[in-house]
Design a protein around this ligand. Structure first.
Ligand SMILES: Cc1cc2nc3c(=O)[nH]c(=O)nc-3n(C[C@H](O)[C@H](O)[C@H](O)COP(=O)(O)OP(=O)(O)OC[C@H]3O[C@@H](n4cnc5c(N)ncnc54)[C@H](O)[C@@H]3O)c2cc1C
Length: 309
């Protein structure tokens, strides 16, 4: 499936109430695009079909305790021996790793740390390998959707190397851009959030209040603009704008829901907004923090001087 075919499918699918595909999100929007862009024809034929059909669930193993925003400083090592690689290290914040079959892992394949970006390679590892230990982390909203992942002497062959040796940074950038593109308001909240906001406003009588009508119009306009930005060239600016819009949308909904927005009354379309609102701070971090997005906009789009390093 090409990127434009996927976009068409997403647009049509948004009109239907389909089963929740949240568990497939990382595989579809982060792992698959990397393979589609950088994989060999054999890798594409084997992995894309499995990921798109939901036969394999994928996770992203990039961040480490000392490598988040500065991703190029990853310390996980991949050591070559013939056509086999041995991978050792620790990853963190790995969304869905506890339910994944396969992990897209960024590792340092060149021991010479001065080569930074050029010394990185990308691999697909089996999450069921005995050398992989996954430890879930508890979040502020009670969920445990991301994990620490310990990788100890995991052996993979060359056919699990994506994009070739030393090309890991380029593969990572493809994944990260695709991740940011997938952070539009409708992708990060539940299905049809604007329709549900309007429904809620009608139910609680808010749709008659001029101030509420203005705020609904504001989030509607912002959602449309953020979709345009995502579809254009600026994933970084689009992510910043979309996160802010999601925050405005959820804040308004929780305000309208009143007490049922913070204590679960069992009523439909009420308490769910509170969980979404609590997830907004994580959107400001995942896929690159707000500060890093501003740096990217400044340096790459506005041509401002690079930040001192
Ligand atoms: C919900 C969620 C899901 C995630 N899922 C995954 C996943 O599946 N796989 C994965 O690999 N990672 C995942 N992450 C991790 C995410 O990519 C990192 O948290 C993010 O890149 C930031 O890295 P860090 O947490 O190490 O923070 P740090 O990089 O340590 O940053 C700390 C603070 O310093 C600021 N800062 C850092 N550098 C600069 C700079 N140069 N200029 C200005 N400010 C700066 C940051 O903006 C931030 O406020 C996830 C994170 C979240 C919140």
């Amino acid at each position: 499936m090409s990127a434009s075919e996927l976009e068409c499918f997403t647009e049509v699918a948004a009109e239907f109430e389909l089963p929740d595909t949240h568990c497939l999100h990382v595989g579809l929007s982060i792992v698959a695009p990397a393979i589609r862009e950088h994989g060999t024809s054999e890798q594409k034929a084997y992995w894309l079909r499995r990921l798109w059909r939901g036969e394999s669930i994928g996770c992203q193993l990039f961040s480490e305790p000392d490598a988040g925003s500065d991703l190029a400083s990853v310390r996980t090592t991949a050591v070559r021996d013939g056509d086999q690689w041995t991978i050792t290290g620790q990853k963190v914040w790995s969304s869905g790793a506890h339910i994944s079959d396969v992990g897209l892992l960024l590792a340092r394949s060149d021991a010479d740390r001065s080569s930074r970006h050029k010394g990185l390679s990308m691999f697909l590892i089996d999450m069921s390998d005995p050398g992989v230990t996954v430890r879930p982390l508890k979040q502020i909203n009670g969920n445990s959707r991301f994990n620490e992942v310990f990788v100890e002497g995991v052996s993979v062959s060359d056919d699990r190397l994506i994009g070739g040796e030393g090309n890991g940074w380029s593969v990572a950038r493809t994944s990260l851009n695709s991740e940011r593109d997938g952070m539009a308001v409708s992708d990060t909240l539940f299905a049809n959030p604007l329709e549900r906001l309007i429904e809620l406003a009608r139910e609680v009588g808010g749709s008659q209040r001029p101030e509420i009508r203005q705020r609904i119009a504001d989030v509607y306009s912002r959602s449309v603009i953020s979709n345009w930005m995502m579809a254009g060239t600026s994933a970084a600016a689009g992510k910043l704008y979309s996160t802010d819009t999601s925050n405005r949308l959820c804040s308004l909904a929780v305000e309208l829901a009143g007490i049922a927005g913070v204590t679960d009354s069992g009523d439909r379309n009420r308490y769910c907004w509170s969980e979404m609102l609590l997830a907004i701070p994580s959107l400001r971090i995942a896929g690159g923090t707000d500060e890093i997005m501003r740096n990217l906009v400044g340096e790459r789009e506005l041509g401002l001087p690079r930040e001192p390093r």
